[in-house]
Design a protein around this ligand. Structure first.
Ligand code: RIB
Length: 295
């Protein structure tokens, strides 16, 4: 397959509910507006890479009603030859509350995303471009198996192990070149609730891997061995933070692919994420390259 990045990841229908506050235990709350749009960390990151100007192929599995997700990727210039469909399975769905401050909480129905067979995985791995990038998140099954097979083919791996549970500590993350986590994911992986200490801990555990910890409105941190870069975020009016991390990941990788320094890639990624949070939605709020890298 000829592409800059093969992204093997989730495709969800995002059901978005605007609420005054995130619903509390035992509470029933009416939303003030709702929408259903393409999403999934995998799909969002493919869109970010494509809008950033890279040649992207997306691999993944959709279920009933998933055609709209494949079409959305295609419309955005993403190669979808490796997206398979199984009409007997429910499609991936995300139930997203967004409060008046733009914060969200998400419940996932993994559906077809977690029904990828070993044969389908082998078919995708065989298509990873030699010396090309493989991008992964943690919304599909068999990530450790995929990482090992990809590393065996000499692929450069970048992973955003989100959503992150404790079992991710057992993933072969040392095979990655970059790991992207937010503060909560960094805590799950290390037990440290201080992001600086968590980043340091991950950098010591994986000394050859670039660790990126995104910090929301406080910016982002990069650690690799003794290297440390702090990237502040701009003060923007936050409308919706959904997909901000996906935008950051896609644009960071695009920056690296464009041969920017890590500092330059962090800067571009932060600018892209700032633009994304200023608009509602996930995939649809990801900016195009001209707004991030300039014309
Ligand atoms: O990162 C945002 C994404 O997380 C949403 O689009 C939703 O589908 C969930 O996977």
């Amino acid at each position: 397959m000829t592409c800059d990045v093969l992204n093997f990841g989730s495709l969800n229908l995002d059901r978005i509910f605007k609420v005054d506050h995130l619903v509390r235990a035992g509470e029933t709350l009416s939303c003030t507006g709702s929408d259903a749009v393409p999403g999934g960390k995998g799909l969002n990151q493919s869109i970010a890479l494509s809008r950033a100007g890279l040649k992207v192929a997306h691999a993944g599995k959709i279920g009933r009603g998933g055609d709209v997700l494949r079409q959305y990727l295609q419309k955005n210039g993403v190669n979808v030859e490796l997206v398979v469909q199984d009409e007997s399975l429910p499609g991936g769905e995300a139930f997203i509350q967004v409060d008046s401050e733009g914060r969200n909480s998400i419940v996932l129905e993994p559906g077809a995303n977690f029904e990828i067979t070993s044969t389908e995985i082998a078919a995708v791995v065989a298509e990873i471009p030699r010396d090309g990038w493989l991008l992964l998140q943690n919304e599909i099954n068999s990530i450790p198996e995929i990482m090992r097979a990809a590393a065996g083919r000499g692929a450069r791996i970048a992973i955003n192990p989100a959503p992150c549970r404790e079992n991710v500590r057992n993933y072969p993350l040392e095979l990655a070149e970059f790991i992207f986590v937010n503060e909560i994911e960094a805590f799950v992986l290390t037990g440290c609730d201080n992001p600086e200490t968590a980043a340091q801990c991950l950098a010591e555990r994986y000394p050859h891997v670039g660790i990126i910890v995104t910090l929301g409105s406080a910016g982002a941190l990069f650690k690799r061995g003794r290297e440390r870069i702090f990237q502040p975020a701009q003060k923007v009016k936050v409308v919706d933070t959904t997909g901000a991390g996906d935008t950051f990941t896609g644009y960071f990788l695009a920056g690296i692919h464009r041969k920017l320094t890590v500092e330059g890639a962090m800067n571009a990624a932060a600018r892209a994420a700032d633009l994304a949070v200023s608009e509602a939605g996930a995939a649809n709020s990801i900016p195009t390259a001209d707004r991030v890298f300039g014309k």
